[in-house]
Every structure is written in C-alpha cells, then in structure tokens.
Design a protein around this ligand. Sequence first.
Ligand code: ADP
Ligand code: MG
Length: 700
Amino acid sequence: MGYGHLDRPAQFLKGVGPKRADLLKKLSIGTARDLLHHLPRRYDDASTITPIAGLDSGMEVTVRGRVRSCGVIQTRSSLRVFQAVLQDESGMITCAWPGQPWLERKIREGDQLLATGTVRFYHGRQLHPREFSLLARKGRRGDAEEGTPEGTIFVSYPATEELPQWILRRIYEENLDWLLEHAPEEEYLPDTLRERLGLVGLGEAFRRLHRPTSLEEPEEGRRRLAFDELFFLQLVQGLVRHRESVREPGIEHRRTNRIVKPLHDALPFALTGAQARVLREILDDMTSTRRMNRFLQGDVGSGKTLVALFAMAVAVEGGHQAALMAPTELLAEQHALRLRERFEPLEVPVALLTGSVTGRAREELLEGLREGRTPLVVGTHALIQEGVDFARLGLVVVDEQHRFGVRQRMALGEGRRGPKPDVLIMSATPIPRSLALVLYGELDLSILDELPPGRSPVRTLLRRPADRAEIHAGIERELAAGRQAYLVYPLVEESEKVDLRAATGEFERLRDEVFPGRRLGLLHGQLPSEEKDRVMRAFRDGELDLLVATTVIEVGIDVPNATVMVIEHAERFGLSQLHQLRGRVGRGAERAWCVLVSELAGAARERLEIFAGTTDGFEIAREDLRIRGQGDLFGDRQHGRDPHLRFADLARDEELVLMARDLARTVVDRDPELERSEHAPLRELLETRHAERFRMWKVG
Ligand code: ADP
Ligand code: MG
C-alpha cells in the first residue's frame, strides 16, 4: 500500500488549494481519507416533494421548481436578502435567504431548484430554505427539465463559518467519484467474510454515507465503519493481551477441595446459576497456566463477594496467598468481617491491613505475609505500599475497580520474579456489555446477571417538593420502628459552595425542627476523611438514625437496618448514580423504600419513571448510556481510556462490538504476531492508519 491515494493531502484535491486546505484542517481534514471519514451531521429526505400550492405557514417541506426571477433586496434593517421566486405546476412561492446576498452568484433565473425549509408568513407565504440543491440549469445542454429529484437525499456536514456547507458540498461533489474509486484500496475483509458478517464493502460504505439514495443507506455505511473502529480497537487489545500472557505466565492453581468443599457445605443456600457459571470461568483461568485478568461485574447484592471468596479458597488450598483490596477502611473492615465468618471455622486466619494498623501489630502482620504464615489478607491501599511483601501471592481481588487506577491494580504482585498472581476485579457499577468490552478489552469479562432468590425489590416512589411533609412523616414512621434512613442532596461542582450551604442549612432545620428527637448525622465531601469515616461508622453501628449526605454514600457499605433512601433534586443525578444510591437500602429482611424528590417535568420525569420502573442495574446502565451518550461515559480520561469512537455508538452497537471481538479473537488466536500473508493488509493498516495503537502493541 505504502503512500496510498487516500494519503493525498487535501490541498491537492479538486477545488481545494492551500487556503481551503487550511480551513479544512479546522475540521480535522488533512487528507483525502479524512474527507471520506468526515461524518455527515444530518440527512434530509427530499423524496417527498410538496406541491407549492399546498404550502402553509409553519410547514416543513421540500419543494421543486423553476426560478422565475431572483435578486438581492435590501430590508429596512439593512439586511441583504437574496430572494428567488420558485414555480412548479401548481403555483409560486418566494424563497428568501436573509444575509446571503452571495447566492446571487449561484442561483440564476431558469434554474431548477430543490429546496428544503420552513414556510413562514411574511408579506405572503415565504420559504426559508435551510438546504437547497441546484438540479439543473438552462444552458449549453438545452433546457434540462429532466432533473429527477426522486430519492434525492440532502447530506449536511459539520461545517465552519469560513467553510460553509455549500463549499464543503461542492468539494464532495467534485471529489467523491475519485475518492470512492480508491476507498476499496484499504479493504482488509475478504468478500466472503464480509458478506457473512452482513457488512458492505468499504467503497460502498462511503458511497452510502456521502451519496445515499435512501434514508436507510447511511446507517449501513456507518455500521461498516463502526465495525472497523471496534475491530481495530479490540484487535490491538487482543494482541497486547496475548503478548502479556506469553511474557507473564500465570500460576497453575491446584485444587484439593480441602477448603472449598467444607466452605460450600456450610453455605445455607445454593449458588445462583450465574454464580456457578462465573465461578467456573474464574476457576478455569486460575487452574490454567495463563495469568487471570478478569473483570467481574454484577449488581449490588448479586453475590460477587461470595464468588471471590471461593476463588480465594482455591488459591489458599493450593498453597498460595490471596489478597482482597477495598477502596476504604470501612469497606475493608466489612469484607474482613465477612471473610472471617466463613474462613475462621475452617482455621484459615484472615488479616486486616489498613492505614490504622501501625507499630508492632503492623510489623507482625507484614512478617506473616512475608513468611507465608498468613494465607488471607484484606486491606486498603496500604496493601500496595512499600514494604508489603508476600511469600506466595497467588490471587489478588480488587473491589470497586473504578476507584483504583489501572496502575494501582497492577502494582500488587508486580516487581517480583516468577509467575504473577491472578487478578480478579469486581465492580458493582453495572455498565453495558458493549461499553465494558471496549473500555476493559484487555480483561476477560464475567457478568453476574441474576440476583439470589427471595429479595424483595426496593419500592421506588416519585414525589414533588411540595410533598415534603408526607415524606418526612414516612421517614419518621420507619425511625419509630427502629430503622434508619438516608437523605441525599446533590452537590454540583460549579455551585458547590451554594449547595453545601443549602444542605447544611437543611440539615440544621431537619435536626432542630423536623426530627428533634432523633440522632442526625451530616456527611459531605469537604469533611476530612477521618471525620467522614467516623460519621459512616456511627451510622453503621446504629448510633445515628438519619444520615444527611451530600456526597455519594460509601459505595458498597452495608447497613441492613437502613430502609429508606430519600433523594432530593433527583433529576440532577445520572441514572447509574441513582441506582448506586438506591442500592444502599434493601439489604436486610425489611421492606425498603426509595423516594425521588423532583419537580418532575417532561423528559426529566420520563427518565425518573424509567428508573422507578426497574431495579435491573444493567437495564438502567443501558438507558443511561442511551440518554447521556457515550461521551460522558468516557469521563475516565485519567485512566487513559478514551477510545476515540467516531462511528460506533455503544448504546446501539452491542452486536457489532461482539462481532468485531469475535473476529479480533480469531485473528489473534491464529496469528498473534500478524505474520501470515493473509494478514499483511491488516498489519499494514495497523502500522499506518493506527500507528498509535501499533506502537502500543509493539513497544507497550
Ligand atoms: P455483592 O458483593 O455482589 O454485593 P454479596 O456477595 O455481598 O453481593 O451478597 C449479598 C448478600 O447475598 C450476602 O448477604 C450474601 O450472603 C447473600 N448471597 C450471596 N449469594 C447468595 C445465594 N446464591 N443465595 C442466597 N443468598 C446469597
Ligand atoms: Mg492461572
């Protein structure tokens, strides 16, 4: 391929030149290829033409007609308006383009025009075209009456002031034939495979995108290009993963059932189908020579911790140590408590290492880990600090992955010779499968999509601020029955001070006037972390009845006695955030409530209704993705996770993500160094078109 046609600098395209090339750069168009990849912003269907006689004010129409007369008029406000009177078989209408006198040079008497826009009433009916196209012009080739507009689709591009739509379109008109002729040079999919995947060829994809003959065609073009994006992304992830597995073999854990069996026998319930499946996936990884790098997703309460517990048991019975890392001291304590309940009867000790463990106790703990006497340890970041060393660390479980950077996660078990420990990352923040695959493609994915039986779902109610008295009465009823409640206020960054003042004021009012006999606590982001910990602990231990919070309450914290969650200004939270908050209640046997307080107007209400109607975290995450778009979800920039997707839309392309992943896997399994001749085009595309990713693979 080398220096292909599509690498031609935009400057040398027809109708461009150095000046326009500079303007194109502002649209990130530097080469012929970039022009092909410039994604149209909208498509208008001109295949339904309205007869001019039938036009009425307010209508959005497309008309076709001949220009009877035209010219620039000057209005009183000194705005120059280009006007053209358009006539078809049924009648006439004036088309007006305020502020575009230069159209004088473009549109002439006798031209056949197709115009799309809104009909206004302004000294009679007027059409204000937002789009038009010159179908035919009287002239050399005679009276070109034939310009058939059937099926004409207007393509509009993202443009700039200096490089307006009509110039861009002209550039496309003049160059598209040539571009489409050369587009297939970068085809890497053999026809049979491409057809099996149901994708159009590259040339055809760009034709459908830039010169569609129906409103359905652009989508087919987009799908093809989205597939390419998702394929190259996942191909590199797969290549990197393969290389790492070669460089860093894992531990082959041996199963003896010495611990797993009694652990299993002691369970008062059966594993859910999803738990059994996921556990099998994990154990297959652990007992293979491959290093496990697995991401376990599951809704709050789906039983992730229990699965992790079995994985740790396997590591320990095979003679290794296992570590569980949690984002806060409180969560680490909670985990330690639960692990001890299950492991200590089997005489497997569990250590707890946090920042609060100091002095002599810390020395002894570290020695136990270093000499291999301590098989299980739970901790915070303290686990990855200098001086913490393991004799035979075989498994690392990381809870609530999004709080840790990728680097921190990998730090456990690095810098040591020999096979690296297996890694299992758990997250209780469901994200759609498509997003998980793209964001965490270098990991294997396990999903717990089933809750243990017998949970009564949290009931969710929508209320208005005016209903506050009723809400407070509801809280009071629960408190009187000995339960606890949360009340959450949003804290928006830009107005943090104002919000904090509001929440603090509200807290004082609630404490002094609404619930004078109750014990209230306030939790907000500006408290020092020891203070936050102290308040959370007091709530957990039942020393507080009502917790007023402006920060998202500790993810994963378990206070089974809390039965009410009231969320003020619910419309200000994302759906996934609301889901996290709601997950704080309903953890005990008692029936739990979640009350969303909001003015409830229009789209905001609809969103909240969707939320109130389901407790399925994955469904909510999909909805959130659909509503907010994927841009927001890549807010993970500090983790270097911005996959730059231009064509792919993760809210609807899950199937494409999976197809692309399967193909990427097939290629990597068969040819992990891309050495085979049939993969030469792929390799070349990687090297040239995806240079950054290519380096990641080669050097990374
Ligand atoms: P997660 O970590 O996903 O939030 P946990 O593992 O903490 O979920 O489980 C939540 C609760 O459900 C715990 O009290 C746990 O003992 C219980 N549990 C887990 N698995 C099952 C099951 N298969 N059947 C019944 N209860 C279960
Ligand atoms: Mg292994």
